[in-house]
Design a protein around this ligand. Structure first.
Ligand code: CO
Length: 149
C-alpha cells in the first residue's frame, strides 16, 4: 500500500518532464515594424502549437497592421507578392493560398490574437518562416521556425 503511494508519487513527479515541451510562443509586434522574436521553436510532439500575437504599439491596423503567417521559407516572397492585392480585409493574403500553413488575423495597436496549428504539418528538417504579411513588413518582421522532433 505504502509502496504503491510511493510509486504513484514517483510517477507524479516523473511526469512533468515528459510534458515539458513548450507548445506556444508569445510574439509581440510594435510600431517600429519589429517582432520581439527572430526564432520560434515548434515541437512536433505538441498536439497543437499556438502563437499568441500582441501588438504593443498604438498605430491602427491600416497603417501598422501586424499578423503572423507561417509558410515554407521558399514560399514567403510569393505569398507576400500575391497578397499585396488582397487588401486589409483579407490580411494581405490571397484567399485560399495553399502555401499558407497558418495565419492569424491582422491586428492594430493594443490588440491581440492567436493562431494554432498542428505541428505535424511541419516536416522535420524543413525550412519554415513566420512573418507579417502587411505590405513591406516582412523585410523586417520575419523569423525562422525551428522544427523540433
Ligand atoms: Co506588420
Amino acid at each position: 500500500m505504502f509502496r504503491n503511494i510511493l510509486v504513484a508519487l514517483g510517477l507524479l513527479f516523473a511526469a512533468p518532464p515528459a510534458f515539458a515541451a513548450e507548445c506556444s510562443a508569445e510574439l509581440t509586434g510594435n510600431d517600429a515594424m519589429q517582432f520581439n522574436l527572430d526564432t520560434i521553436e515548434v515541437n512536433r510532439s505538441c498536439r497543437e502549437f499556438t502563437i499568441n500575437l500582441t501588438h504593443v504599439g498604438k498605430l491602427a491596423k491600416n497603417v501598422m497592421g501586424h499578423n503572423v503567417v507561417i509558410s515554407k521559407t521558399e514560399d514567403m516572397n510569393g505569398i507576400n507578392n500575391d497578397g499585396m492585392q488582397a487588401g486589409l480585409e483579407n490580411g494581405y493574403i490571397k484567399p485560399a493560398d495553399t502555401r499558407v500553413i497558418a495565419q492569424s488575423d491582422m491586428i492594430g495597436g493594443g490588440e491581440s490574437t492567436s493562431v494554432s496549428f498542428d505541428p505535424m504539418e511541419l516536416e522535420e528538417g524543413g525550412a519554415y518562416s513566420f512573418f507579417c504579411s502587411f505590405p513591406g513588413h516582412a523585410s523586417l518582421m520575419k523569423g525562422v521556425i525551428t522544427v523540433v522532433p
